[in-house]
Design a protein around this ligand. Structure first.
Ligand code: FAD
Ligand code: 2HG
Ligand code: ZN
Length: 474
């Protein structure tokens, strides 16, 4: 169990009793009060298969009122709670550490409204990202967020982690796209900040407290999201490059030449490519190169965008910045190229155990961290690879070994955080701190900031029942 590996002490919470179960069953009925080790296995274990809790009950509310009744009861009876969406989180935040009650948003999947004039969707937190995107597509809109886990993650989980994803470069962070949030505090009190207005400067903008706080300040029940028009035309260039310096220069050239239509700039190194090709048998349309890039354009005029992208490829091939490249506009070809990038996380798991780092860095230092860590770890690991959202300065640095080894973890941490902190990077760019990274928060935040966070936690969740052992340090 996680608690043993990480040496964490259980908080002074009550254990779930027969009396508590009776309350939950009366509130939700027995089919929405899920019991049993087998039934809970997938909810007690994280997507990576690296952390595991021992909850004995999972609750499936359908409404805000039911969430409110659950939290109010848990608060009064000193029961700890772990909010869970699609359980695709990568920092151990979405599963219990001990026997916390799991509150799942799986049945909170109703879309309330789509305002087609302003392009705003208001929905419950448990809508699956891909399904929600398909829903707004009927109105010519898109959700301004896309990530490899779209088929499973919930929009409430996305908001609670402030997920970044593949198109943050174009559409910005959820702190900008989310217009409103409804959340339930630990006490059961419903905080309605569900404005669907683009502009609303009435007092403190409390919704931001729930965006990225990973279920430690409240349980998000509804969101209102600003949806851009769905682009009529999408094109994708896949490039092979000889040096990381050329990657940076190509990114700069893409911003200059593709400016307003550039919607994604992603990066894959050779080792990550070998992993996805070798472990998942996906074929790359290019030969082997030390570095690869995906550059996507989205716009309203396909011919115009394709011509721009082809000209860009011609000029960067001509100048030698890019060594080889291909442009795809056909959906199945683009999907195959995207799979090479989006499925790396899945491919890494097949090596054995994954040590995962999600780092923000100033671009000149971006790949040096991978090189230094590769040298530092040598043949102790099966793989040390780097990929990610280079257009946002977000490196996904991963190590694998056949199975978990404490010695390897101790060689990686805190070295990787010290390196990052020395160049003023962030030790968690988009995945959050969850359970695994919380005790390293000081590498990216000042003592004053951490103390204020602790005071906010105390104010909003005085008994500390919401996702204990997560985000804030011991
Ligand atoms: P969960 O994993 O269930 O929960 C995540 C955290 O939020 C937990 O702390 C949980 O307690 C809390 N939480 C969940 N729902 C609520 C709620 N309603 N109210 C309050 N707290 C809640 N992340 C990125 O940022 N960018 C990526 O590109 C990206 N790609 C990924 C690709 C793959 C293949 C996978 C497996 C993961 C990826 N992730 C990425 C990480 C993950 O998908 C995101 O963090 C996602 O936003 C989590 O959503 P979820 O519904 O699965 O939340
Ligand atoms: C991605 O961008 C995800 O693919 C996962 O954020 C990153 O596996 C990782 O390290
Ligand atoms: Zn990512």
């Amino acid at each position: 169990l996680t608690s043993k590996r990480y040496n964490v002490q259980r908080g002074k919470f009550s254990a779930v009793s027969e009396h508590d179960l009776k309350f939950f069953q009366e509130l939700l009925g027995s089919h929405r009060t899920v019991l049993g080790e087998e039934e809970l296995e997938g909810h007690n274990t994280d997507w990576l298969g690296t952390v595991r809790g021992a909850s004995s009950v999972l609750l499936k509310p359908k409404t805000t009122e039911e969430v409110s009744a659950i939290l109010s009861y848990c608060d009064q009876h000193q029961l700890a709670v772990c909010p869970q969406g699609g359980n695709t989180g990568l920092v151990g935040g979405s599963v219990p550490v001990f026997d916390e009650v799991i509150v799942s948003t799986a049945l909170m999947n109703q879309v309330e409204s789509v305002d087609t004039w302003s392009g705003v969707v208001t929905c419950q937190a448990g809508c699956i990202l891909e399904a929600l995107d398909q829903h707004v597509a009927e109105y010519g809109l898109m959700i301004p967020l896309d990530l490899g886990a779209k088929g499973s993650c919930h929009i409430g989980g996305n908001v609670s982690t402030n997920a970044g994803g593949l198109r943050l470069l174009r559409y910005g962070s959820l702190h900008g796209s989310v217009l409103g949030v409804e959340a339930v505090l630990a006490s059961g009190e419903v905080v309605n900040c569900l404005s669907a207005m683009k502009k609303d400067n009435t007092g403190y903008d409390l919704k931001h407290l729930f965006i990225g706080s990973e279920g430690t300040l409240g349980l998000v029940t509804k969101v209102a999201i600003n949806c851009p028009p769905r682009p009529a035309a999408v094109s994708l260039a896949f490039l092979g490059l000889q040096s990381f310096d050329n990657v940076l220069k190509t990114f700069k050239a893409a911003k200059d030449q593709l400016g307003e239509i550039l919607s994604s700039c992603e990066f894959i190194d050779q080792s990550s490519m070998e992993c996805v090709e070798g472990n998942l048998k996906i074929k790359s349309p290019l030969d082997e190169y030390p570095y690869y890039m995906l550059l996507e354009t989205s716009g309203s005029n396909g011919d115009h965008d394709e011509e721009k992208l082809n000209n860009f490829l011609e000029s960067t091939l001509g100048s030698g910045l890019v060594s080889d490249g291909t442009v795809a506009t056909e959906p199945s070809k683009m999907a195959n190229i995207w799979a090479l990038r989006e499925r790396i996380a899945e491919a890494l798991i097949l090596d054995g155990y994954t040590y995962k780092y999600d780092i923000s860095l100033p671009l000149p230092h971006f790949y040096k961290l991978v090189e230094d860590m590769r040298e530092h770890l040598g043949s102790n690991v099966v793989r040390c690879c780097g990929y990610g959202h280079v257009g946002d300065g977000n490196l996904h640095l991963n190590f694998t070994s056949r199975q978990y080894e404490k010695e390897i973890l101790e060689r990686i941490e805190p070295a990787v955080y010290e390196w990052t902190s020395q160049v003023n990077g962030s030790i968690s760019a988009e995945h959050g701190l969850g359970f695994k990274k919380r005790n390293y928060i000081h590498y990216s935040k000042s003592l004053g900031a951490i103390n204020l966070m602790k005071q906010m936690k105390k104010l909003m969740d005085p008994n500390g029942i919401l996702n204990p052992y997560k985000v804030l340090p011991d």
